[in-house]
Design a protein around this ligand. Sequence first.
Ligand code: FE
Length: 307
Amino acid sequence: MKKGVLRPGHIQLRVLNMAQALEHYINLLGLIETDRDEQGRVYLKAWTEVEKFSVVLVEADEPGMDFMAYKVIDEATLECLEADLLAYGCTVRRMPAGDLKGCGRRVQFDLPSGHVFELYADKDYTGKWGVSDFNPEAWPRGLKGMRAVRFDHCLLYGGELQATYDLLVDVLGFYLAEQVVDDQGTRIAQFMSLATKAHDVAFIQHAEPGRLHHVSFYLETWDDVLRAADLISMTNSSLDIGPTRHGLTHGKTVYFFDPSGNRNEVFAGGDYNYPDHKPQTWSADELGKAIFYHDRALNERFLTVLT
Ligand code: FE
């Protein structure tokens, strides 16, 4: 957070069929619809998030991620980071306030990995859903499905890992929390954090740029992850793998797909970081164990199905 970048703020996800997507993200995942716009986009949030939305769904011909946004601490920081991005050689696109409903101006730029990131300082502050800021109760009644707690991170597949790392570290203030290195010592996976979370975004080396591996939501407990897997079966949703544990971050996890083929994760637990922590390192020959700690092997689908 040393550059004033706070946390993941939102993601815009492409879906093939909005009605099916809403059934998935609202009734199965447990997100809450907060608005819609003239372009037909639907705005969703998880219940503990204090801003108006964290997931924007847009209907399109292909699934995948349009962009991922990070919240910065204030407008002065946004101006400073915009200048830093320009000085670094990034092409910056200015998205006006209101382009996303309830969100202030956004500074959008391309990562060397082929993904689109953006920064913003202002978004409507709604507080947590269903509980007051004053004498708050433990949780709101009426949550659906998996009762997702928050939008947590994305895992992105693409090239140019080192250049992406340099931009995230030098300009945006991320640090390396965990990594996988091959036998030449080259980093093939990087888990990047802003504060104390296990990661706020992760990248895996991939020949094709700009791909989405998964979008992840936090749950409170291992029982919630098990219950999420039960719900995946009850709804005949497409399971990828789990419930199981990651070696990387040690989180407890289950992967599944939305009706458009975008991979989702819900997870609980996992490691934490402080500035004096050194990166955790896995060797590529232990990649199976690093990803799936119990099976110690990767399934083909996990490596190849991307949107
Ligand atoms: Fe993940």
